[in-house]
Design a binder for this molecule. Structure first.
Ligand SMILES: Cc1cc2nc3c(=O)[nH]c(=O)nc-3n(C[C@H](O)[C@H](O)[C@H](O)COP(=O)(O)O)c2cc1C
Length: 172
């Protein structure tokens, strides 16, 4: 690939503000968690709602999710950029278990870690996955949803954390 094309792609995608989530997993393959911006809703109207996450194939979290077959997608609240940094490995070494000692969490309905303060959490069973180039695209079947009091999600765009600002009021 031409280096210039890669740079242009990264710059273009940096302009897409996305919400920030931490995918967590617990089970026989161990407890892992990683920050992602690739959480995407797929369908609300299948047999179960479904979502997808793209995880680098070298991330131990991806390997553990595919072995545990269950995970939780925690949509972070706008005040939780420190939790995002923690699960992106910016505050500790690469060790994942230590990340769970530094933030509050409880096991959800499938036993998957729900991070305290997350604006929404989705307990999922792995439905299918595809390894595409460097990333595993993992599709989860949602079995339980947790919602906190505050609906404001953390955003990441133009290489910085952001919060969403309402531009106009809809006439009712
Ligand atoms: C805002 C933000 C979004 C990220 N999105 C993703 C993503 O969608 N997929 C991914 O594999 N890594 C993503 N990362 C990088 C991982 O969080 C980070 O590389 C990872 O935690 C490295 O540790 P690990 O290899 O021990 O898992 C993101 C990081 C940040 C700060």
């Amino acid at each position: 690939m031409k280096p210039e094309l890669r740079m242009q792609f990264l710059e273009g995608m940096s302009r897409a503000a996305t919400f920030v989530a931490v995918v967590t997993t617990d089970g026989e393959a161990g407890r892992f968690g990683v920050t992602i911006s690739s959480l995407t809703s797929v369908s609300a109207d299948g047999e179960h709602p479904s979502l997808l996450a793209c995880l680098h194939h070298l991330s131990p979290a991806a390997d553990a999710i595919l072995k545990n077959r269950t995970f939780c997608a925690n949509l972070l609240h706008e005040d939780q950029h420190d939790v995002s940094d923690l699960f992106a490995g910016r505050m500790t070494s690469g060790e994942h278990a230590g990340r769970f000692d530094r933030t509050a969490w409880t096991p959800g309905a499938l036993g998957q870690p729900v991070l305290a303060g997350a604006t929404a959490s989705f307990q999922c069973q792995v439905a299918t996955s595809v390894l595409w180039e460097t990333h595993n695209i993992i599709i989860g079947r949602v079995t339980d949803v947790g919602l906190s009091e505050s609906p404001s999600a953390l955003l990441y765009g133009q290489r910085a954390y952001r919060r969403a600002v309402q531009l106009s009021h809809h006439a009712s």
